[in-house]
Design a protein around this ligand. Structure first.
Ligand code: FES
Length: 192
């Protein structure tokens, strides 16, 4: 399969653009931990960055947003590594597989935001088929069915993060299910 060079460069830029710690500073240990049961989700970027996600947020079947987990007691946002970044989306429950619905909080679903192919951020959305799409080589993942691969070279689905409704806020109900990371770490310094 031949990939478009422009797309690859765009994707690499997107991947490297994710801030993990202020320049010259070591991220603290708690920020490096993957999302933990009991954490809350906060928005990663934009005007709402750092705000807790509500179970009523986001429009159904619309483009994903990026989020991090946060320890609600210490207030530590687990953004010390981009491997912790999440994509958050609202899916019509009628379209969800049974296993996916069990991980949802009121229709919201969270997945690892790292593409399993070569590790780009999963930033794009295919509005026609209601799927995540990776900007690098156009892998597609179905959020209504465990983010399984439905197109492109990605070798495995995005890892799922179980969620729960915690008094109207979106909480983490369990650890990642599935593998976080990617297949060809040679293209990125962040491979695991
Ligand atoms: S990094 Fe290649 S399809 Fe996502």
């Amino acid at each position: 399969m031949k990939y478009k060079r422009r797309k690859v460069l765009e994707g690499l830029f997107v991947g490297l653009a994710v801030p993990v710690a202020a320049e010259g500073q070591m991220p603290n240990e708690a920020s490096l931990l993957p999302p933990q049961p009991g954490d809350l989700l906060v928005y990663a970027y934009g005007d709402a960055a750092g705000s807790v996600v509500s179970v009523d947020d986001l429009k159904a079947d619309s483009k994903q947003v990026f989020a991090w987990a946060m320890d609600p007691l210490a207030g530590t946002i687990r953004n010390g590594t981009r491997m912790n970044q999440l994509v958050l989306v609202r899916v019509d429950p009628a379209r969800m597989s049974e296993a996916t619905a069990a991980r949802s909080a009121g229709g919201l679903l969270a997945y690892s935001g790292i593409c399993s192919h070569t590790g780009c951020d999963v930033t794009d959305w295919n509005g026609e088929f209601l799927r995540f799409q990776c900007p690098c080589h156009e892998s597609q993942f179905d959020p209504a069915d465990g983010a399984r691969v439905v197109g492109g070279p990605a070798p495995w689905q995005l890892a799922s993060l179980p969620l729960e409704n915690r008094d109207g806020k979106v909480g983490v109900a369990g650890e990642f299910e599935g593998r976080v990371g990617f297949q060809q770490p040679g293209l990125s310094p962040f491979g695991i």
